[in-house]
Design a protein around this ligand. Structure first.
Ligand code: HEM
Length: 304
């Protein structure tokens, strides 16, 4: 399948990989700040800048304030999710999400400061975190992350809302900050670690059906419904320092249901009741759903 030539263009940078340096801001939009003021500030914040992409997404409440007549059908606030075995995924939904990425940390930081200065005194930054990728895109557990992402035009089909639906060309987005317990994970032998993910560590090869544990991460998240693979497009990066580190998970999808079903399968809210083995070593500390509108829709919105 190829992307329709009519497909509205996504915001700049959605498919620009690898994005070795990244920064994420999750912000609250106070009720007292009028829409017009925010729009003016956003035009400044999102100005093109050398070496970095700045994309913006909106939580449902913010989107209803921005553009109540054009709300993607599936958009909701991230619900707190509770699973079997005591696992939980909290909701820390706020209003605006900025995804800033590029290859050079200096360029990315220039863009972060552009956003921060344009929005100073208006939005309240609730999460402010930088991410990075190493050459082989390995998570801090040492496993390559992103291998099964689509390549080329397929990415548009997976990541963008299809033509004919409200929000076409835009994306549903999930962000979650996952804090790793690497001390516990590194106590496992390499072959035990491989069973957690369902892939080999060094060569990044998927285990055969016979070897694959039911609770392996890729087994929980590789979902097929009526012959349709529920693919999502992941752009997560490791984050952190000595005390707090893990993965800032970012995924884009044409349908929010695709993301949601994967989370429910990770939590064990399924017939088999099995939770993802990964959750023994990493804990979701935040969770939010966003709508990232197509470039033209965003421009029209900010110009209106
Ligand atoms: C601690 C957090 C997480 C870590 C460290 C992690 C890491 C990984 C790794 C290493 C892989 C295998 C290579 C590949 O990317 O294909 C993978 C696959 C995948 N992950 Fe995650 N992941 C995390 C959270 C999530 C979440 C929250 C979701 C869903 C909402 C998810 C969805 C997927 C999907 C769809 C695949 C590909 C499965 C396949 O088709 O084989 N991951 N992840």
């Amino acid at each position: 399948m190829t992307v329709s030539p009519l497909m509205a263009k996504a915001q700049a940078g959605l498919f620009e990989e690898p994005g070795n340096s990244a920064h994420y801001l999750e912000c609250h939009w106070p009720k007292a700040l009028p829409l017009e003021k925010l729009k003016e500030a956003l035009v400044e914040a999102l100005k093109p800048i050398a070496g970095a992409y700045i994309a913006v997404g909106f939580g449902i409440d913010a989107w209803l304030r921005m553009q109540p007549d054009y709300t993607p059908e599936e958009l909701v606030s991230f619900p707190q999710l509770v699973g079997t075995n005591g696992y939980e995924m909290p909701s820390t939904q706020t209003d605006l999400w900025f995804w800033i990425h590029g290859e050079d940390r200096g360029d990315v930081m220039d863009a972060v400061l552009q956003v921060q200065q344009a929005l100073k005194g208006m939005l309240v930054i609730k999460l402010d975190i930088s991410g990075f990728k190493n050459r082989e895109a390995r998570d801090l557990t040492g496993f390559v992350d992103g291998t099964e992402n689509d390549k080329g035009d397929e990415r548009g089909v997976t990541a963008q809302i299809p033509e004919g639906e409200l929000g076409a060309g835009g994306s549903y987005v999930l962000t979650q900050k996952w804090k790793h317990d690497l001390a516990a994970f590194n106590e496992l032998s390499v072959s035990e670690q491989e069973k957690v993910f369902g892939r080999t560590k060094q060569d990044d090869i998927e285990m055969s059906e016979e070897e694959m544990p039911e609770d392996a991460h890729v087994n929980r998240t590789d979902v097929d419904i009526d012959g349709v693979s529920q693919k999502i497009y992941r752009r997560s990066t490791p984050y952190g320092g000595a005390k707090d580190h893990g993965l800032y998970f970012v995924a884009f999808a044409c349908s929010l249901a695709r993301i949601h079903i994967q989370l429910e399968r990770m939590l064990g809210n399924t017939e088999d009741g099995l939770s993802d083995a990964l959750m023994n070593f990493s804990e979701a500390e935040t969770g939010a759903y966003w709508f990232m509108p197509a470039q033209q829709d965003l421009e029209e919105l900010l110009a209106s």
